[in-house]
Design a protein around this ligand. Structure first.
Ligand code: FES
Length: 165
């Protein structure tokens, strides 16, 4: 049987690489559906039609099945995210370098929990398991842009910049 060639990533946003990594690790097998949708949720903060379609197509599952999973579990959100998204890597390497403190500081500054969006719809705070840049830990994605060796001061500064936009 010829090797399976998955569809191209929807865009060059780094978070798609994380999503694709989950599927690749599972050999693009159908049983990876829930885990992959979880990865989309934790990377982007929500799922939209495009991401659900991409996952369904990549894993070759019917779109109705993918939607069925998303609407069945309360964990999944179809709500649009904020204008900006701060995604903090909580993988082991980043955790050791203190991303738990970054997450706590961001939650405090924004007054929301990870996976949520500020009331004004401006900023979503999400976490990812490992974005594949462990050598640059702690890693944060600001609107999909990877920033390594992120300090708390730098992260708060970014949040402040977004807050006044
Ligand atoms: S654990 Fe954060 S990039 Fe790997």
């Amino acid at each position: 049987m010829p090797a399976y060639t998955p569809p191209p990533l929807p865009s060059d946003d780094k978070r798609w690489k994380i999503v694709n990594g989950t599927m690749r690790k599972n050999g693009y097998a159908r049983h990876a559906l829930i885990e992959t949708l979880h990865t989309v949720q934790s990377s982007f903060g929500y799922l939209d039609d495009d991401s659900i379609r991409f996952v369904a197509r990549s894993l070759r599952v019917p779109l109705s099945q993918a939607y069925g999973v998303v609407t069945f579990y309360h964990y999944f959100s179809l709500k649009p995210p904020g204008k900006h998204t701060m995604t903090i890597c909580s993988g082991t390497a980043c955790y050791i370098k203190g991303t738990d403190k970054l997450i706590a500081a961001a939650e405090l500054r924004l007054g929301i929990h990870q996976g949520e969006t500020t009331k004004d719809g401006n900023i979503s705070l999400t976490t990812a398991r490992c974005v594949g840049a462990c050598g640059r830990a702690p890693v944060v994605l600001t609107d999909g842009e990877l920033v390594g060796q992120m300090t708390q001061a730098q992260m708060i500064e970014q949040l402040e910049r977004w807050a006044v936009e």
